[in-house]
Design a protein around this ligand. Structure first.
Ligand SMILES: Nc1nc2c(ncn2[C@@H]2O[C@H](COP(=O)(O)OP(=O)(O)OP(=O)(O)O)[C@@H](O)[C@H]2O)c(=O)[nH]1
Ligand SMILES: [Mg+2]
Length: 331
């Protein structure tokens, strides 16, 4: 047998696995083991075994009805996508959710104001996108449950208080925490594989420079642009409403979703209530979304928008685009 040459990091992760009492903790430890295990022939079997254990736990946790104990960090997804904020204390998370949604989150000028997540819906054109405010992350620790809440999201907003002297430290802390936990991969470029070596889905993210109305903000933005040219920061101000419209559009684009409208043969489309699909999804995915019987009963589909000409008959594999109108003929 080939030697495995396991490292101290691996043994530390294995120790955490043995000590884990919940399925979530076990999965976290297994992900860590997979991330640090030396990748060579001698560990292939072990890697396969870890992956199997991870996917079994994942399946079980999805199947099992959620624990009856109330978990405020487990927020049911609503709307076209779930966007989760993370940031150091006092960076303006609760102010932002208050500015973008009708949620009532407590805002205060002292740190650690928010203790449990709060959800709200952002109206964007004709859809609603869910936004979640969270208790603060700090290098001393994150509240238990925060990481799980983040992982379940579709998109992350990293909030940096750009009026603060430690804005650079905030960015560095957040990025290394999230990268270390395999939630994001900073150098992730467009079109690259969005799963890491352990098969965990990495999340897309946006970095927001909050309190952009503050007098220190402009100078701090310039300093960061010089020191960290690889980062792109979106300046926003919840207080003055700066950058909020751009932010909403950016969130929509980063979610990689499309809105599709349906029409019955011979009648007008319903443009009020779009079906929300993922980019790359097809006529067949739309049919499945409407009703599970539909794919079987689908005789023919016509598309206005992404087809070559309006009303063209398309195969069920036809990839839809934002704004398409689809007529499904059902038997
Ligand atoms: N100038 C300015 N101040 C802001 C802005 N947004 C938030 N603040 C102030 O920053 C302080 C903290 O705001 P919160 O929204 O409570 O921050 P938080 O990130 O939710 O704080 P925690 O819940 O403690 O993590 C408050 O005094 C806000 O008034 C902004 O856009 N401009
Ligand atoms: Mg707060």
């Amino acid at each position: 047998m080939l030697p495995a040459n396991l490292t101290p990091e691996y043994y530390a992760a294995e120790e955490a696995y043995k000590k884990a009492s919940t399925a979530e903790e076990k999965m976290e430890a297994l992900r860590e083991m997979l991330a640090v295990i030396p990748k060579h022939k001698g560990t292939e079997k072990l890697q396969g075994d870890l992956r199997r254990r991870l996917s079994k736990l994942r399946e079980e946790s999805q199947k099992k009805p959620q624990k009856s104990t109330y978990n405020p960090f487990l927020i049911e997804k609503q709307g076209a996508g779930q966007v989760v904020m993370i940031g150091h204390p006092n960076t303006g998370k609760s102010s932002l959710i208050t500015a973008l949604t009708r949620a009532k989150a407590k805002v205060a000028d002292y740190p650690f104001t928010t203790t449990i997540p709060v959800a709200g819906m952002i109206p964007f054109e004709n859809i609603l996108i869910q936004l979640i405010d969270t208790p603060p992350y700090s290098p001393e620790g994150a509240p238990p449950g925060l990481l799980d809440a983040i992982r379940r999201g579709d998109l992350l907003l990293l909030l940096i208080d750009i009026s603060s002297d430690d804005c650079l430290e905030q960015i560095e802390n957040l990025l290394s925490f999230l990268e270390g936990k395999k939630v994001i991969h900073f150098s992730q470029g467009e079109g690259e594989d969005d799963t890491d070596l352990t098969g965990v889905k990495l999340l897309p993210f946006l970095i927001l420079a909050t309190k952009a109305d503050h007098r220190e903000s402009e100078e701090n933005l310039e300093i960061i642009a010089e020191l960290k040219p690889e980062l792109s920061l979106m300046p926003v101000s919840a207080a003055k409403g700066i950058g909020l419209e751009e932010l909403k559009r950016c969130i929509f684009e980063k979610l990689e979703i499309i809105r599709v409208y349906t029409k019955a043969p011979g009648s007008d489309p319903d443009l009020e209530e779009p079906f929300v699909l993922k980019k790359g999804e097809t006529v067949l995915d739309l049919a499945e979304n409407i009703h599970r019987d539909f794919p079987e009963r689908l005789k023919n589909a016509r598309v206005w928008g992404s087809a070559k000409f309006d009303g063209q008959s398309v195969p069920r594999e036809h990839v839809l685009e934002d704004g398409d109108i689809v007529e499904l003929n059902i038997t």
